[in-house]
Design a protein around this ligand. Structure first.
Ligand SMILES: *Cc1c(COP(=O)(O)O)cnc(C)c1O
Length: 452
C-alpha cells in the first residue's frame, strides 16, 4: 500500500482557526516579525517545533489519572525509572523538567573555563548551556552534512577524524565529555549510524573521555538505523536503541520529543560519583530525586510515551509522513536538506531566496512569507538562531518545518506543501530583515525585526 495511514484514530479534537491576510499582516508587524512572539491562536498549522507539541494517547491520559503525587518514592517515579531501565539499560534515571535542565546539570558538573565540548552539532540550548558554564562548544559534522543535496544515509554522523585531531590538539584533559546528538536536530534531523557511535566510543576509550548522547530522538534515530544500516534490517528497534545506549556513559533527553509528552526530561549517567553530584544539583534546583521538577502524572505519561514511541508501525508512519512532505517540496523544485530528516523538513533558504544576502536573514524572510501566505508557523535555523554574540554566520540558512507527533493528518500536510509551493512561485516578493532588538543569548526567541 502506498498510502501512509496514521496508526491511530482521533478521539478528541481541537479546532484551529484561519486568519485573514490583513489579520496576519498586523499580527506579524506587532510581533516584530518574530513568530515566537505570535499567539498560538493566531496560527493555523504550527510547525514551530515538535517539542512538547505531540498528542498523547488514551493510555497516557489514563496514566495521568492513575498517577501518584507523593513527594518521595511515588509509584509513578518507579514506573518511569523501570521504563528507562528497560529501554536504556541504565541502572538509574533522573527525571528533569525538560532537556535543558539535564544539560544545565551536566555542564555545571563537567563544563567550565578552558574546557572544550565536541558534538556532531550542538542544539541551541546545549550550546548555550556549554557556553554558560564557561566551556567552548565545537561542532564536528561530517563533510557531507555541509552539502544540503548530499544524500548520505547518516548525515548526522560526527567527523571521527576531526574529533581525534581536536582531542590531540587541545589535550584530552580539556575535553570533559564528547556528545553526539541523535538525530542531529540543528543539522537537518539527520541520523547517526551505530558504526559512527562505535567509532566515538573507541576514541573516548582511548583518551578516557566520557561519551554522552543528546538522545532526544533516539527512537527515530534507531528507525533510520534499521532502514539504512547494513545488517540492521531484521533487528527489532528496541534492540537497536539498546545498542545505542550501551555505547554511551550517559545521556541528556528531552522527553518532549520521543517521550511524546508535553513536558519532561531525563538525565542518565553510569558513573556513580557523577550521578550522586547530579542528584544533589537536581534536589537544589529541580526538585526531589523522585520527581525532578515534574508532577507524578508527568512521570506516568513519560513512562507510557517512551513505550509507545518504540512501536514500529508508529515509527514507520512518523518517518514516512515527514518524507512525504519533503518529497512534495522537492518535486516542486524547492531545495531542502536531503534526504528528508526524521522530525522535520529543512528548507534551504539561501536557495529559496538568492536575492536576500545572508546578513539580511533569508530564513527569517521565508518564515514570515509562509505565515503571510498560509498562517503556518515555521522556525529559522540559521543566522538568527546561531549568529550574533560574535559567532560567525552558520554554513546553512535553513527554515525548519517540524512535525508534531500524532497531531496533523495528511490533508494538513498537503496544505503546508501547497502553501510552500505557492510561496516559492512568488519568492521574488520576499524581503530581507534587520534586527531591531536582540537579547544577549538565545536571541531567536525574543529578537524583533524590521523588514527592509
Ligand atoms: C529539544 C532539544 C533539546 C532541549 O530540550 P528542551 O526540552 O527543549 O529543553 C536539546 N537537544 C536537542 C537535540 C533537542 O532537540
Amino acid at each position: 500500500m502506498k498510502t501512509i495511514i496514521e496508526p491511530f484514530q482521533i478521539k478528541v479534537v481541537e479546532p484551529i482557526h484561519m486568519t485573514t491576510p490583513e489579520d496576519r499582516e498586523r499580527i506579524l508587524t506587532e510581533a516584530g516579525f518574530n513568530l515566537f512572539l505570535v499567539r498560538a491562536d493566531d496560527v493555523l498549522i504550527d510547525l514551530l517545533t515538535d517539542s512538547g507539541t505531540g498528542a498523547m494517547s488514551a493510555e497516557q491520559w489514563a496514566g495521568i489519572m492513575r498517577a501518584d503525587e507523593s513527594y518521595a518514592g511515588a509509584r509513578s517515579f518507579y514506573r518511569f525509572e523501570q521504563r528507562m531501565q528497560e529501554i536504556t539499560g541504565f541502572a538509574q534515571a533522573l527525571p528533569t523538567h525538560q532537556g535543558r535542565a539535564s544539560e544545565r546539570i551536566l555542564f555545571e558538573l563537567l563544563g567550565g573555563e578552558g574546557k572544550i565540548v565536541p558534538n556532531n552539532a550542538h542544539f541551541d540550548t546545549t550550546r548555550a548551556n556549554v557556553e554558560h558554564s564557561g566551556a567552548e562548544p565545537v561542532d564536528l559534522p561530517i563533510e557531507e552534512a555541509k552539502d544540503p543535496k548530499n544524500r548520505h544515509p547518516f548525515k548526522g554522523n560526527i567527523n571521527l577524524r576531526a574529533l581525534e585531531q581536536l582531542i590531540e590538539r587541545v589535550g584530552a584533559e580539556r575535553v570533559p565529555v564528547v556528545m553526539v546528538t541523535v538525530t542531529n536536530n540543528s543539522g537537518g534531523g539527520q541520523p547517526v549510524s551505530i558504526e559512527n557511535l562505535r567509532g566515538v566510543r573507541a576514541i573516548c576509550d582511548h583518551h578516557r573521555i566520557p561519551f554522552f548522547l543528546d538522545a532526544c530522538r533516539f527512537a527515530e534515530n534507531a528507525w533510520f538505523i534499521k532502514l539504512r544500516e547494513e545488517g540492521q534490517q531484521d533487528r527489532a528497534v528496541k534492540d537497536i536503541v539498546r545498542d545505542m545506549f550501551d555505547l554511551c556513559d550517559g545521556a541528556t533527553i528531552s522527553a518532549k520529543k520521543d517521550g511524546i509528552v508535553n513536558i519532561g526530561g531525563v538525565l542518565l549517567m553510569r558513573d556513580a560519583e557523577l550521578f550522586q553530584q547530579a542528584t544533589n544539583l537536581l534536589i537544589l534546583t529541580e526538585g526531589y530525586v523522585t520527581y525532578g521538577g515534574l508532577a507524578g502524572r508527568d512521570l506516568e505519561a513519560m513512562a507510557q510515551g517512551f513505550k509507545e514511541v518504540l512501536r514500529e508501525d508508529y515509527l514507520d508512519y512518523r518517518i514516512r509522513s515527514t518524507a512525504y512532505l519533503g518529497e512534495q517540496l522537492l518535486s516542486a523544485g524547492i531545495a531542502i536538506v536531503e534526504p528528508p530528516g526524521g522530525h522535520a523538513i529543512y528548507v534551504d533558504a539561501k536557495a529559496f531566496c538568492p536575492h536576500i544576502p545572508q546578513a539580511e536573514f533569508p530564513g527569517q524572510a521565508v518564515v514570515c512569507g509562509l505565515y503571510r501566505i498560509g498562517g503556518i508557523r515555521a522556525v529559522e535555523i540559521g543566522s538568527v538562531m546561531f549568529g550574533g554574540g560574535g559567532h560567525a554566520p552558520p554554513a546553512m540558512e535553513l527554515v525548519r518545518l517540524a512535525i508534531p507527533r500524532r497531531v496533523y493528518t495528511q490533508s494538513h500536510i498537503d496544505y503546508v506543501a501547497e502553501a510552500m509551493i505557492e510561496l516559492h512561485a512568488r519568492r521574488d516578493t520576499l524581503r530581507g530583515l534587520r534586527i531591531a532588538y536582540e537579547p544577549p543569548a538565545l536571541r531567536h526567541f525574543t529578537a524583533r525585526f524590521e523588514e527592509l
